[in-house]
Design a protein around this ligand. Structure first.
Ligand SMILES: [Zn+2]
Length: 388
């Protein structure tokens, strides 16, 4: 068989898909990166540079496809991103990417689909979205020889969306022997801006525990995917906004919201008798749970809407010797159950697109309920801790 019959390694279609993914990633990260986002109608200069780059590339694809291109950033954002599903764009994407019906903006805000493509842009256009603060805390905790402080900081910000004045002071003084701790807390929380409050108070979602920015009409309803689809979402709690601080939006997106299913799972495993260590070795895994008697699991929780994008972000699980304080016997990648329920092809797409899963056949992908069911159920209850 000749080489031409076999086809080139990178077919025309593969490069078309890559071009499509670059456009989607650029536009998504441009939307997420717009500073002082005040909604589609009040879109102002300067635009995030990625929006312009995405627009240029999208326009080129439109020309090639013989369809009208967006006439400018305003048109791209207000019409293409807010009104048109991505499958109506003239870009070629892998069917496993499941873009059908997905819009980048919903209610004037970046959708979950958009947020994930923005994160994926790190791989595609090497645009770094990871918070510099997260990296700073990690590096400092490492340099201090106190990796447990990194875990403790993550746990704290995940569990506290809004701090009243007194709580903020107490939080800063929680680790007196490490002066950097106060700085981390200081930089994680900003004063509540006037537009985030309704009648002088800020709303905290009864579902995800995050602060909720009111809509233009003053209504307060959490937009987080998991909350938006719940019919039994508890009423929000209200905190006096004056003097209060709220978690920085970037940390909400990249630390607190993903951290919530991790902490929930940790609590469930501890309730069954495990000693659960969060984020061991500066986040080498999300948790390691060990039961009296020796049963142990190492777990990464991945709360992604798109299995196609998640597939690229699965890492190699660390292998630690039996004498290591965080040694575990079995590795699990846990996807929250509601993600699987919402997408019947989820596990198939994940398995088909993840090189890391193929390279680690011993790794099991399960939903949270399945993992809990596999683990012992012993008394007394264990605990959730941040270090060995
Ligand atoms: Zn919520």
């Amino acid at each position: 068989m000749s080489l031409t019959q076999m086809g080139p390694v990178y077919s025309g279609r593969a490069s078309a898909v890559r071009a499509g993914e670059v456009v989607l990633s650029l536009v998504a990260s441009g939307l997420v990166g717009m500073r002082g986002w005040s909604g589609v109608r009040r879109l102002q200069h300067p635009y995030d540079r990625n929006l312009q780059l995405g627009l240029d590339r999208l326009a080129a694809l439109c020309v090639r496809a013989g369809v009208g291109a967006p006439v400018g950033v305003q048109d791209l954002v207000a019409v293409w991103c807010a009104e048109r599903p991505v499958d109506a764009w003239p870009v070629e994407l892998d069917p496993d990417a499941q873009v059908g019906g997905e819009r980048l903006l919903i209610g004037g805000e970046p959708s979950e689909f958009c947020l994930e493509w923005a994160v994926a842009a790190r791989d595609v256009v090497s645009e770094v979205h990871e918070s510099t603060l997260v990296k700073h805390v990690k590096d400092t905790a490492c340099a201090l020889g106190r990796p447990e402080l990194y875990a403790r900081w993550r746990k704290f910000v995940t569990e506290h969306a809004v701090l009243e004045r007194g709580e903020f002071v107490a939080a800063k003084n929680a680790v007196l022997d490490v002066p950097q701790w106060a700085t981390w807390v200081e930089e994680s929380y900003g004063l509540v801006p006037a537009e985030a409050a309704v009648g002088g108070r800020v709303a905290v979602c009864g579902g995800c525990g995050q602060w909720i920015a009111p809509r233009a009409d003053g209504r307060v309803r959490c937009r987080v995917w998991r909350c938006a689809r719940r019919h039994d979402l508890p009423e929000p709690a209200w905190v006096e906004a004056s003097g209060a601080r709220r978690l920085e939006p970037e940390l909400v997106r990249f630390v607190a919201l993903p951290g919530r299913p991790e902490l929930d799972l940790a609590q469930r495993l501890a309730a069954r008798g495990a000693r659960v260590v969060l984020y061991p070795k500066l986040d080498a895994l999300d948790l390691v749970a060990v039961w009296p008697g020796g049963f142990s699991v190492g777990v990464d929780v991945k709360d992604w809407h798109s299995p196609y994008l998640l597939a690229r972000r699965i890492k190699t699980f660390p292998v630690w010797g039996a004498d290591d304080p965080h040694a575990y016997r079995r590795g699990f990648l846990v996807v929250p159950r509601d993600r699987l329920d919402a997408n019947p092809r989820y596990l198939d797409i994940l398995a088909r697109n993840s090189a890391a899963l193929k390279a680690q056949p011993h790794l099991k992908v399960v939903c949270d309920d399945e993992l809990v069911g596999l683990c012992p159920d012993l008394r007394p209850a264990g605990e959730v801790v941040c270090g060995p």
